[in-house]
Structure formats: C-alpha cells, structure tokens
Design a protein around this ligand. Structure first.
Ligand code: GLU
Length: 418
C-alpha cells in the first residue's frame, strides 16, 4: 500500500492538523498516535472439503480513555493491520464526537466471505472469537458488525464467548439479532444516522429534501438503508452502485425495488428497468447530483475524483472514503464534507443503546431507539458546526477537534498509571 493511501497515515495527518487548529500541545495528544493494544491472530478453519485454511485476523484497541473499547469486525480480502489500526482510531474519535462512554477498537479477518459456505463462515467466526477472547468482554472491548459481517456473525460471537464462560453474556457484542439480545433498530441505525445528518444539513441550509438529488456509492447495509430512508423523505436518488457497477436514472431510481433486489443477492450490473442506465464507479462518483454519499470502502474519493465531482456536498457514510489530498481539493473548491466520524456514527450510537439494554436485561421500543438516536446525532452535529465556526476549520477538522479534546480531557483527568 502506498503511503498516500495508507488509512492510518490519513488519520495521523488529520489528527495533527486538528490538534494544531485548536491549540493542543503535542504532549497532550501523543498517545492517540499509537494504538494501546494490537493483536494479530492466525485462524485455522476446516473447510467443507476437508482441507484446512489459515486466515489472518486482527483486533486493535486504539483507546480506552473514555470507556471500554468499541468497534466492528470486518471480513474482507483487503483487511490489513494499517487498515484495522485506522478503523480503530476512527472509532475512538467517533464515540467521542457523539459523546458515548467508549474508546475505540476494530477487528478484521483477511477473507472474502462470499467464497465461504455458511458452515465455514460460522467456524471462522467462532475460532476468530476464541483467538481474540482474552481481550474482549462487555467491560473490556465490545465488537459489532462492519463490512462483510452481520447480525448472524454477531450471534455466533455472543454464543462462542458465552459457551467459553459457561453462561449467556449478551453484552459482549452488539448488532445481534433481536431474538438473542440485539436492539431493534440497530441494523438500520448507521443508514438512519446518515439520513438524520443529511436532513439536518438541508434544514440548516434552507433546502427542501424533495428538491435535491442524491448519489449513493455502495448498496451494503449502510448505503441501502440511507438510500431507502432518504427516498422516503422525498429525495430523488439519481444514482447508486455496488461492487459490480452503478445505475443512473435522471427522474429518480425506484429505490424500494432496488433495495429488494440487492437484499435477494442480485448484482446491479444485471438490474434492468426502464430509463435506468448502467454507469461505472467513476461515473457514480463524478456524475451530476446535489449530495454524494460514499457508503463503501476507504480511499474512494481521490484527488482526481475530487477535481471532477459535481456534487455540492458530501456526506461520508463509509469510514475514510476521502483521501487527504482529495480533502484539500474539495476545500479549495468549496465543497463541504460532513465527515465519517460524525455522519456514520448512528451505528455505534445504537450499539451503545443495545449494550445498555443488555447490561440492564431490558428492551427498548423502536420509537425510543430512533428518537434517542436522532437527539444524539443532532446534538453532535451542532457541536461540530459550532467548533467549525469558532476555529474557522472545515467540518472534518472540527469533528476531530471535538473528539480529540474530549479524549485528551479524559486522559488528563485519569492521569498516567502508575
Ligand atoms: N462498524 C461500525 C462503525 O464503523 C459500528 C461499530 C459499532 O457499532 O461498534 O461505526
């Protein structure tokens, strides 16, 4: 991986600029440059054909200054230690921006889950859980879904951890199915948070959702939910994409039909409907729209994409979709970016609600989950806007600044052991 696209370098460079912008001394934030703990594991899995394959996995705990470490587990062929370190660091910042009492962590296994049978996926999940078991737990580090994992994978993690301890421990992981301690509203929470932030941007800039056009990169859980909810609010979704390709329709795509199609496992390259054109990933990112929502992987909006894109603003549903160079281009062009650690925090916020429900052995109604999520997201949004105004910095630097100040304050109050 070139240094330019190393997501951990991206994190470090933004961290430094944000700390400088708000006058933090290097001593204050030095510890944030280094993850507290990195675990690398080899995960042997017996495949259905009787062979044994060894997969490489990680769990990185970036910070526990504000509470237990928290963050998802990714199953993807591009998973590597620098990516997991960056994703863990962004979790620390994300939890601090929305002010929930967690630090940050992330885990991952280098695997293409689509090539595994359900039984292989289960064995991989259970053995990976056993390998990271010494450092996870409801008071220590709480995993959750990310790219390539889902509620079923979380259910297996919960069961494996519980079996190893001899009793059911719901709070070890969030994003479970509701039947086994999951929170209602958790699956949709990240996409719902993206919708809440988008509507808040429109409200505060006096725009009518029914008059804006939106392009969404990625039709996974987050992109798909965001598209569905924004469509319900009246936005015209003119373009969407998945790994196989993109679709575009000037009069607006039939999002409920597309959502049903991708949920059944359909690839967009094979999707067919009147007035719908097939487009490339580059065309999705640079095509005409008011709002661009990257909801796939890191480093999608490069400097070259940033020079050419036509969106008037960007809402980051993915983690780290914009490179540092692209940020500079967008700033020069006056295109605001509502950053990942704010815009996609809805998932971890409802993870927090799930964990709270698990610790108290009670369940919330969906309305309470969604209303409380909205309150937390809008509060965080306004705090980031204020910080941006106060220090005349872009929203990414402002969000980092809010987060870094909170983490550094917690660090200072706790002091250094021993
Ligand atoms: N993987 C999600 C994220 O990147 C959710 C993490 C969580 O709920 O702990 O924010």
């Amino acid at each position: 991986m070139s240094d330019k696209y190393n997501p951990y370098n991206n994190f470090l460079s933004v961290l430094k600029r944000a700390a400088q912008a708000v006058g933090l001394h290097e001593n204050d934030y030095a510890a944030l440059c280094y993850p507290e703990r990195e675990l690398k594991v080899s995960v042997p899995v017996r495949m259905d054909n009787g062979s044994v394959r060894i997969f490489e996995g990680y769990r990185v705990q970036h910070s526990t200054s504000r509470g237990p470490a928290k963050g998802g587990i990714r199953f993807h062929p591009d998973v590597n230690i620098d990516e997991v370190k960056a994703l863990a660091a962004w979790m620390s910042l994300k939890c601090a921006v929305v002010n929930i009492p967690y630090g940050g962590a992330k885990g991952g296994v280098c695997v293409d889950p689509s090539t595994l049978s359900a039984a292989e996926r289960e064995r991989l999940t259970r053995r990976y859980t056993a390998m990271i078991l010494p450092i996870i737990g409801p008071e220590k580090d709480i995993p959750a879904p990310d790219v390539g994992t889902n509620a079923q994978v979380m259910d297996w993690i919960m069961d494996t951890y519980s079996m190893m301890n001899g009793y059911t421990i719901h709070g070890v992981v969030t994003g479970k199915d509701p039947e086994v301690g999951g929170s209602v509203g958790r699956t949709e929470a990240t996409g719902r948070g993206v919708m809440i932030v988008t509507l808040e941007v429109l409200r505060q800039t006096g725009q009518d959702p029914k008059k804006v056009t939106v392009a969404v990169q990625g039709m996974g859980n987050v992109g798909c939910t965001a598209a569905v909810l924004l469509h319900e609010k009246g936005c015209r979704i003119v373009a969407v994409s998945d790994v196989s390709g993109g679709l575009r329709c000037e009069s607006g795509l039939d999002i409920p039909a597309i959502a049903a199609y991708v949920k059944k496992g359909g690839l967009l390259k094979d999707y067919d409907a009147p007035d719908v054109h097939h487009i490339s990933n580059d065309e999705l990112l640079t095509g005409a729209c008011d709002i661009l929502i990257p909801a796939a992987l890191e480093n999608q909006i490069t400097a070259s994409v940033a020079e050419r894109l036509q969106a008037k603003l960007i809402i980051e549903a993915a983690n780290g979709p914009t490179t540092v160079e692209a940020d500079a281009v967008l700033e020069k062009r006056g295109i605001p970016v509502f950053p990942d650690i704010l815009a996609n925090a809805g998932g971890v916020v409802v993870s927090y609600f799930e964990w709270v429900q698990n610790l108290q052995e009670l369940t919330w109604e969906e309305k309470d989950v969604n209303d409380t999520l909205k309150r937390v997201m809008v509060r965080a949004f306004n705090e980031v806007m204020e910080k941006s105004k106060k220090f005349s910095v872009n929203y990414r630097l402002a969000a980092y600044a809010v987060a870094v100040e909170r983490i550094c304050t917690a660090k200072k109050k706790r002091g250094i052991f021993p």
